[in-house]
Design a protein. Sequence first.
Length: 389
Amino acid sequence: MRLLVLTSSFPLFPGDGRAAAGLFAADLAAVLAGAGHDILVATPDRPGEKTAWDGFRVEWMPWAGGDRPLSQIPFGRPSQWPGVASLAWGLRRRIRGLAASHRSEATIALWSVPCGWWARDLRRRAGLPYVNWCLGSDIWLFGRRRLLRCFLRAALHDSEANFGDGLDLAAEAEAISGRRCEFLPSTRNLPPREEGGAEEPTGRRPLFFFVGRYLPVKGADVLLEAFALYLRRGGHGRLVMRGGGPLADDLRRRGGAAGLAGRVEVGGFADAPELARWLDACDVVVVPSRLESIPLIYSDALQRGRPLIVTEVGDMGVLMRRHRAGIAVPPEDPEALAAALLAVDRDGTGHWADAVRRAAAEFELEKSAESLVAPLRRAIAGREEPGVG
């Protein structure tokens, strides 16, 4: 099929750590292209040198919002309204032209706001069937704002199928739209394993690894507080953090404070090769979020054979009890998180190995790609049958 993939986030180059969920979008496009589909990706432009992608084309669409992620735009500020209007309505016209020139047959919306709304517009004007894949920001951020919730409901209502990157998220999308939303976890294909892994100057074990945006919702500050408790109680390990965002300077200052200096490394965004090296080098991945569905790092860790310490938010606690591939602790609880870190010192990680392998089988990108394409294939086949439509 000739598929138009609409996404609000896409990497400038393979492994671009600033793209967050866009990294998954790039891998999904590659898998779809590898399956024989003609793929055009359309995404809002952002500054920086861009690479050409093997197997598919990316159209970077100019808009007035700059480099700020959609989830961080303060929609209530009048100064931001030109950028919002450019995103919602200006790019909609651009997308109509792209779909026509590409001769697109169907659309995949990553994610529902604003991409599902754009895809709905193509359905109404050109008859293109589409599917929606919801992220946490679609439901828990945009879905709680009256106007954006209307856009979200409309996008979910008219699609061929809806998917949610989380169990709770899918259930809430169903409540908003009145239509079924299937759980479909996102994942990505990391670079092949390298010999030697990442450099470890101190050689301390265990090595704990965090990766994510330095935002309050991701809980990196809670992790630093817990790690300080862990060290005061005799912990022997080391913590490496990779990410970026508004809390970066504060986290670096705290990570270099007395008691943590030399045992904590707070670094910037990691590209895919560096991320893979640290996953191979670490013993445990820590996800201390205050609010979360299922972050990509969850499946990244399993893919590289690493257990996790996660918080009981979104679906992570449910999945951890299902998979038994690590430890789940309450959110915003440094004491409980420190105890989990100390348990790794005491018990090691070998007892999780079989569970990690079993859990990893649930997160396969090729399965996700086929789940998205199947309803589009059925819609196109039904439209082409004699006497239908």
